[in-house]
Ligand binder design. Sequence first.
Ligand code: COA
Ligand code: AMP
Length: 641
Amino acid sequence: MTQGTYAPIYVASLADRDGFWAARAADIAWTRRWDKVCDDARPPFYRWFPGGELNTCFNAVDRHVEAGHGDRLAIVYDSPVTGGTIERITYRELQDRVARFAGVLAGLGVGRGDRVIVYMPMVPEAAIAMLACARIGAVHSVVFGGFAANELAVRIDDCKPKAIVSASCGIEPNRVVAYKPLLDAAIAIAAHKPSSCVVLQRPQHPCTLVAGRDVDWSEAMAKAAPAACVPVAATDPLYILYTSGTTGQPKGVVRDNGGHAVALKHSMSLLYDMKPGEVFWAASDVGWVVGHSYIVYGPLLQGCTTLMYEGKPVGTPDAGAFWRVISQHGVKALFTAPTAFRAIKREDPEGLLVGRHDLSCFKALFLAGERCDPDTLLWAQRILKVPVVDHWWQTETGHAIAGNPIGVEAFPVKPGSATKPMPGWDVQALGADGHPVPAGQIGSICCRLPLPPGTLPTLWNAEDRFFRSYLEEFPGWYKTGDAGMVDADGYVHIMTRVDDVINVAGHRLSTGQMEEVLASHPDVAECAVVGVGDDLKGQVPLGFLVLKAGVKSSDEKVVADVVRMVRDTIGPVAFFKQALVVKRLPKTRSGKILRGTMQKIADSEAWKLPATIDDPAILDEISEALRPLGYAKAPSMTGGS
Ligand code: COA
Ligand code: AMP
């Protein structure tokens, strides 16, 4: 991509949708050309490149070897938590390992369309397992390692995998996380039983295998015959990635093969300004969408070197870890969540550790996953002296909805804004009447249908939920679930979620799901969970409990119980550490709990007395109860609504 002006690209993407994406699709190797670019015969459901056939693994791996780049590094694995392990894998080695692991899966009876759950830490084998699924047309579903057995079981029952690929353990800075007991427990809980599990034994904590079900990764690889790439339909699912919705049942976001490959490859040059052979680092986890799109598929489709980092921004060993990795491996662009930078800033406020490393290779920082507060953006700019791009997207969309397309034209930065809509995205703030509100006014952020390629065509086995969650409220639009505005310069500003989703350290979680766990405690009559502001993590969950009459347990015991229950049921990543017992919850006259008002009171923000409130005195009780925990410091009510 050469530097130019972005406007004509963006205009063409909307005015000549099919011509625009057909031109981008020419960058992908197809085994059969598509019949149509966008099938829009069944609105509001759309399919991209129907009739086309390709293999995503071929495009991400084999294609580069065939083009003579087999000696180029595909993956660099850097793992401070295992004492500084570094592994460099060329495209040729990756092709060999992926083909052999595809052979392992095929030998276990996994074929096209079968699901495979990948429950692994940040090791190259996780990417190899994903690519091996893509190679044989199987559908992977990666489950983040910070989720507990019950969450894994829910996903097993929803996508019914033929096999699960896992590891003996993950490694957190303060502890080894034994995965195998979680895996075994999940399979015991789930109604569906996978026929096999392939387990990577890690020396930090080897595990016992279940005879007849479990297969040792290394032994299986040693015996496996390599499997070839299988052409699949562009519209076939490549993966399912579960994400938090408003209930305990996560949403299985489906990603197709064709549109995904086209959109991700395009984004690598337009937005991330990455050329083949350059080193890209997404400091996230393969369990999240950022890991799928920009640790695995995007960089590899572009022929870049991708960095897999098993460590944290701080504490492994210090707040200079990111600068060490950038310098040591020649990273050109880093992508992470703002919370990682807040963590670094807290430990090294002046950014002194930056000066200890040669960062001349480093050209841009990309932040996403949560709202980027202007302080963090400006601080990163100041200490790194490179462009800092705040870009906004979601698990559902798979790639950025809005960003600063520095591969073509770098727009002036407005801290707090994710800059401009990306090609194919018509982003508007809609009012309750379904019409765009004037520039600068807050509305429900929606995107005009059809969404560009690479976005979710549906939810796994839940087309009706897909329709109800995203398409029903504003006909002709996709409802993002975010509120915000588009300003007079066309910049997109994302403010907050409009639903029960909260964002804790860049991790998307559902307060509704946590409430289900709290409500299952025998002493809890009613409960609510809200996301309250946190300097490091952006938001953290806070629970409110109303106990049943006559409960004998102390408040402290019930609180300790529910904290443990959320950790055991959802996982440590939920970071549910605090709850308080209150006499009553504030509600509307129709019985709806006023969570938004409780959150504002807790965060000491201005709030309005809801016109429909049943008993305003309860809000005073809530404030009183919150103060000892350090919340509700400056109560300020701004009159009725
Ligand atoms: N497996 C098992 N447990 C995990 C885990 C994993 N893969 N990832 C996190 N956890 C655990 C942590 O150990 C922690 O447990 P604890 O309560 O016993 O200490 C808990 O889940 C919360 O983890 P986290 O939210 O990551 O908090 P943290 O205090 O360990 O680290 C940051 C804070 C900011 C350093 C960290 O969140 C971070 O690096 N974030 C980067 C952003 C990111 O990766 N975003 C993903 C989308 S881009
Ligand atoms: P996830 O599906 O985990 O990627 O989370 C998506 C949600 O994170 C979005 O709907 C937003 O609420 C939030 N989000 C992600 N990136 C940004 C950003 N750059 N600015 C504001 N919010 C963001």
